[in-house]
Design a protein around this ligand. Structure first.
Ligand code: DUC
Ligand code: ZN
Ligand code: ZN
Ligand code: ZN
Length: 483
């Protein structure tokens, strides 16, 4: 059984050209003119792009006393509806839990995925067991490790632990990721705000200013450099963090920054909405910033100093958000976006002229596939690549609304956004999963994608070579001790 997508324009990260795409057995088998097959999908007026890859999701994750509401079934259905054909989710061991036990839990949860998926492993504690298990995790195709520099007393790792883990990543050829916010400062500012009676959702934003993120980003970059390992900074939301990334890249260091679609288009005024629920539904970390920070993120995507756009999809219902009435620090952190990332980025990025369609493909798919060692199986329109494709209709419009979304939560942070640019067809390894508004996602169709550990040793900023390989000094006069 073969499928041919006809009459469209192929748009990759490099170029755009008119050709048909033939698919058999879930992969692309031919690209050319006048192809025929058993089934035809008409792409007249449409662009044929690699399906989106979301490098940052939290599906059915235990967090802040509850579980994120979208699981692998509703989450990947939402992903497909918006043109995303792969997610990379965070496997999160609780402190002291074996990484391999946590992985078993994630293996079970992900069985109902409709898209292919991979995992990052979080390092939420440190010890010999974690050090040893990291090798097994890499052998299983999970080659990126996430470190929380915030969430003190829960998920946070200290600098000594993070540095040890970065060195371990370097030895294993794995990529460390950081949630970069100074958790000690956040804890201190939170306590002060609450003591002064600032307990509403706006307190969340006040407790995590851009400096908290800029400092942590810079610290993580320096530690990664000393460990000789590349670094991926998740949810880069502000100029201070972007500046640190830019500087490091200019010095030759492989540091990748990942803005979220939410931070690109929503700003801090959301937290000052008089409706408590409205503000609390937008509580996530880092918080939304002002327009200057948004401009910086867009500039980074244009100039290439920021590499990709994610969602950090971690959706909570209004009822869950209300755990934090009277104390903003108890509002579960997280927002949704899986279904909306591509249409919103297209509308606010491509339709405004900020990004070319090729840059759009780069930041939503190809760059991510390259950084996470999924390319060209994913992120490519190429013979031999998986047929994870979106046939994108740049003229189709809708108004985003919770009423018509796939996510199970009862609101949408992009409610009322008019988007132009939506999928006509979405294919997951050749399976037609979306036909405009019709969802044909098949829970269980998604497969785990193992990734290789092949990150280069990275040493660019510091002059640590001599310290890493210490030079012994022959001395003639050594004073007697204790005199
Ligand atoms: N930030 C969030 O808002 N939610 C999940 C975890 C995180 O770092
Ligand atoms: Zn985070
Ligand atoms: Zn996250
Ligand atoms: Zn299937």
């Amino acid at each position: 059984m073969s499928t041919v997508i006809k009459n469209g324009t192929i748009v990759t990260a490099d170029l755009s050209y008119e050709a048909d795409v033939k698919i058999e057995g879930g992969t692309i088998v031919e690209i050319g003119k006048n192809l025929s097959g058993d089934e035809t999908l008409d792409a007249t007026g449409c662009l044929i792009m690699p399906g989106g890859i979301d490098p940052h999701t939290h599906l059915e994750m235990p967090f802040m006393g509850t579980y994120s509401a979208d699981d692998f079934e509703s989450g990947t259905r939402a992903a497909l509806s918006g043109g995303t054909t792969m997610v990379v989710d965070f496997c999160l061991p609780s402190p002291e839990q074996s990484l391999l036990d946590a992985l078993k839990m994630w293996d079970n949860k992900s069985g109902k995925a409709s898209t292919d998926y991979s995992f990052h492993m979080a390092i939420t504690w440190w010890g010999e067991q974690v050090f040893n298990e990291m090798a097994e995790v890499v052998d299983r195709g999970i080659t990126s490790f996430k470190h929380f520099m915030a969430y003190k007393g829960a998920l946070m790792v200290n600098d000594d632990e993070m540095f040890a883990s970065f060195q371990r990543c370097a030895a294993l050829g794995a990529l460390p990721l950081v949630h970069a916010e100074n958790g000690d400062v956040v804890a201190a500012m939170t306590a002060k705000l609450l003591a002064e009676g600032n307990n509403g959702p706006e307190g969340h934003a006040y407790s995590r200013p851009p400096e908290v993120e800029g400092e942590a980003t810079n610290r993580a970059i320096m530690l990664a450099d000393m460990a000789g390992v590349p670094l991926y900074v998740v949810h880069t939301s502000c100029e201070q963090a972007h500046e640190a990334i830019r500087r490091a890249r200019q010095k030759g260091m492989r540091v990748y920054g990942e803005p979220l679609i939410q931070h690109l288009v929503l700003d801090e005024s959301e937290y000052f909405n008089p409706d408590w629920d409205h503000a609390a539904r937008r509580v996530m970390s880092p918080p939304f910033r002002n327009k200057q920070h948004q401009d910086s993120l867009w500039a980074g995507l244009q100039a290439g100093s920021l590499s990709c756009v994610a969602t950090d999809h971690c959706a909570f219902t209004t009822e869950q958000k209300r755990f934090g009435v009277g104390n903003f620090s108890k509002i579960p952190n997280g927002t949704g976006g899986l279904e909306d990332r591509l249409p919103v980025l297209w509308t606010k990025g491509v339709n405004t002229g900020r990004l070319t369609p090729n840059e759009f493909v780069a930041v939503t798919s190809t760059n991510i596939a390259k950084i996470l060692n999924l390319y060209p199986k994913k992120g490519a329109v190429m013979v031999g690549a998986d047929a994870d494709l979106v046939v994108w209709d740049p003229k189709r419009s809708k108004t985003i609304s919770a009423k018509s979304q796939q996510s199970v939560i009862d609101y949408n942070v992009f409610e009322g956004f008019e988007v132009t640019g939506l999928p006509r067809f979405v294919l997951s390894r050749g399976k037609v999963s979306i036909v405009e508004n019709e969802v044909k996602a098949e829970p269980g169709h998604g497969k785990f994608v193992a990734r290789e550990a092949k990150n280069p040793v990275n040493r660019a900023l510091s002059q640590w070579k001599e310290i890493v390989a210490p030079r012994k000094v022959e001395r003639t006069g050594i004073p007697a001790t204790g005199v």
